[in-house]
Design a protein around this ligand. Structure first.
Ligand SMILES: O=C(O)CCC(=O)C1=CC=C[C@@H](O)[C@@H]1C(=O)O
Ligand SMILES: [Mg+2]
Length: 383
C-alpha cells in the first residue's frame, strides 16, 4: 500500500468521541415502502485525538428499520456500549486496525462505519492528505447521478427528470414497484429516449414477476437495482441470465464475502457500494478492488446523507473502478442548509473533489448544534 494509504509509524490515540443525534428537514418528502419521511434523523460521530484533531463520520441508519435492521437507536446503543469503548481502548496505527477490532461485534455495519469513518478522517488529517488520497483514490472530479423518489403522477416524474437532466446529472434513477414500473418506464423513455436511466426496485419483486421484469428489457435501462429479496443471492442468480439488462445489487451485498459470492454465483453484473451498508471505508475499498479484478463496475449509492456522509461518498468514489455515476447529488437536492462548508455542489453532473486534508470540507459547528437533538461525550478511561 502507498505511504499515504498506510501512514508510517503514526499512532492515533482517540481521546474522546462525541455522539450527536440530529434531525434535519428534507426539502422533498422521501417515500419508501415503509412510508413517507419529511425529516431525517441520524447520528454524527466526532472522534478527537490527543492533539485535538477532529474527525467526522455519519451513520446512514434511518429512524425506522425499513432499509435494514439498523436504526438510529440501535446505532446509538452499539456505539455507546460496544464500539466507542473499543475505539478508546488502545491507540491504533491505521483505521484498518479499528475494523479488525470491530470484528468482535456481529453485523451493525452502519454503526461501525460511522465511527470508522470518523477515525479515517482523523488519520488523513494527521497525514495532511485528503481522505480520497489516503484511500488510494485518483480522480479529481467525479460524475454523479440523481435518485428520484416515487412521484404522485407520471407527469410529476417527467417534470422532475426534466429539471435534473437540465442540470446535467449524468444518470437518472427512478424507483419502481409492481403497478408503477413498465408503463412508467415506457413514458420516461418516450420523453427521454437517450438519458442514461436505471430503476431501483428495493426488493419489491419475486421470481413470480419474471415476465414483468423481462418486459423492462425493451427500454435500454443501464441496470435494475435489487429487484428481489434484500438477503438474496440465489434467486438473483436465476434471474440475471434471463435479463438483458444488468442486475445491480444493493441490500444483498453487506460485505466483501457477499460480493465475492454474488460474483461467483452470477447474481449481478454491477454493485452499488454504500459505505454504511458494508461496515466502513476499508470494506468498501476491498469490495471495490474485488470488482475491479473481476471487471465488474461499481458506483456509490446514497442514503440521503448530510454533508459529512456525502463527503465520505465523494472520497470513495475517486477509486478507479467507480466507473458509473452514483447517487451523490448536491447538498441543495436534500437540504435548505447543509452541515458543511462549502456545501457539495454539482456542476454539469460533476463534483470537484476537495483536496483539503481529511474529508475535505469544513464542518459548520453552528449548523451541527442547530440540528442536534441531544449529544453525549465519551472520554478515554485514564485509569
Ligand atoms: O441518497 C440518495 O439520493 C439516494 C437515496 C436512495 O435512492 C435510496 C436510499 C435508501 C434506500 C432506497 O430507497 C434507495 C436505494 O436503495 O439506493
Ligand atoms: Mg438501492
Amino acid at each position: 500500500m502507498a505511504a499515504a494509504e498506510r501512514g508510517r509509524g503514526m499512532t492515533i490515540s482517540i481521546e474522546y468521541v462525541i455522539l450527536r443525534h440530529l434531525r434535519m428537514e428534507l426539502k422533498s418528502p422521501f417515500t419508501t415502502s415503509f412510508g413517507t419521511f419529511q425529516a431525517k434523523e441520524f447520528l454524527l460521530v466526532e472522534a478527537v485525538d490527543r492533539d485535538g484533531v477532529s474527525g467526522w463520520g455519519e451513520s446512514v441508519a434511518f429512524a425506522a428499520p425499513w432499509y435494514s435492521e439498523e436504526t438510529v437507536k440501535t446505532n446509538w446503543h452499539m456505539l455507546e456500549d460496544f464500539l466507542v469503548p473499543l475505539a478508546l481502548a488502545e491507540p491504533i496505527d491505521h483505521p484498518a486496525e479499528l475494523s479488525t477490532r470491530f470484528n468482535a461485534i456481529r453485523q451493525n455495519h452502519m454503526a461501525k462505519a460511522a465511527l470508522e469513518g470518523a477515525v479515517w478522517d482523523v488519520y488523513a488529517k494527521r497525514l495532511g492528505v485528503p481522505l480520497y488520497q489516503a484511500l488510494g483514490g485518483t480522480k479529481k472530479e467525479i460524475e454523479v447521478g440523481v435518485s428520484i423518489g416515487i412521484q404522485p403522477t407520471v407527469g410529476d416524474l417527467l417534470r422532475v427528470i426534466e429539471r435534473y437532466v437540465a442540470q446535467g446529472y449524468r444518470r437518472i434513477k427512478v424507483k419502481i414497484k409492481p403497478g408503477w414500473d413498465v408503463d412508467v418506464i415506457r413514458e420516461v423513455r418516450r420523453a427521454f429516449p437517450n438519458v442514461p436511466l436505471m430503476a431501483d426496485a428495493n426488493s419489491a419483486y419475486t421470481l413470480a414477476d419474471m415476465d414483468r421484469l423481462k418486459a423492462l428489457d425493451e427500454f435500454g435501462l443501464m441496470m435494475i437495482e435489487q429487484p428481489l429479496a434484500a438477503d438474496d443471492l440465489i434467486d438473483h442468480a436465476r434471474l440475471q441470465p434471463l435479463l438483458e439488462m444488468p442486475i445491480c445489487l444493493d441490500e444483498s451485498v453487506r460485505s466483501y464475502d457477499d460480493a465475492r459470492k454474488a460474483l461467483d454465483l452470477g447474481s449481478c453484473r454491477i454493485i452499488n457500494i454504500k459505505i454504511g451498508r458494508v461496515g466502513g471505508l476499508g470494506e468498501a475499498k476491498r469490495i471495490h478492488d474485488l470488482c475491479a479484478e473481476r471487471g465488474v463496475p461499481v458506483w456509490c449509492g446514497g442514503m440521503l446523507e448530510a454533508g459529512i456522509g456525502r463527503a465520505h461518498n465523494i472520497a470513495i468514489t475517486t477509486l478507479e473502478n467507480f466507473t458509473l455515476p452514483g447517487d451523490t447529488a448536491a447538498s441543495s437536492h436534500y437540504w435548505e442548509r447543509d452541515l458543511i462548508i462549502p456545501e457539495v455542489e454539482v456542476d454539469d453532473g460533476l463534483i470537484r473533489v476537495p483536496d483539503a486534508p481529511g474529508i475535505g470540507y469544513g464542518v459548520d459547528r453552528r449548523q451541527v448544534e442547530r440540528y442536534t437533538q441531544f449529544a453525549k461525550v465519551f472520554h478515554r478511561a485514564t485509569t
